[in-house]
Design a protein around this ligand. Structure first.
Ligand SMILES: [Zn+2]
Length: 130
């Protein structure tokens, strides 16, 4: 299951950024995963939930967006939408060529993290927040 390493990466990024920004709680994580990435969203969500347990990201909502697959025609440069189940999209609509490169659909990135900020310290004792 290749979701495993990807989820580990995401959790790493989220916890690192949360730590850098000293947030108290991560409440939401936005992910962009291109449709060319063969990923089961339910497996992904389940693993995210498990890996964030007992961290400040526990219970955070995972929002996954799946941008469509776009191809760029090598003959005329036209960028068009590709649907594996629709034969009509398997050639360039502008020049009918079948010679194309992947334009987008392989994205994998953490788009944004929602968090609640750290509360003011209750008191400071000998220079330390408590
Ligand atoms: Zn073309």
């Amino acid at each position: 299951m290749h979701e495993t390493s990807l989820v580990y990466n995401v959790v790493d990024i989220v916890l690192n950024q949360a730590e850098n920004c000293e947030v108290e709680r991560v409440t939401g994580v936005h992910l962009t995963i291109g449709r060319l990435r063969d990923i089961s969203e339910s497996i992904f969500e389940g693993m995210f939930e498990r890996l964030t347990r007992d961290t400040i990201a526990e219970g955070a909502e995972l929002v996954i967006s799946r941008p469509p697959i776009m191809l760029r025609c090598k003959s005329c440069g036209y960028v068009f939408h590709f649907d594996a189940h629709d034969e009509a999209t398997h050639r360039c609509p502008a020049c009918q060529d079948k010679n194309y490169a992947i334009h987008s659909g392989l994205e994998f990135l953490v788009g944004g993290i929602e968090a609640s900020p750290r509360k003011e310290p209750q008191s400071i004792q000998h220079g330390r927040c408590t």
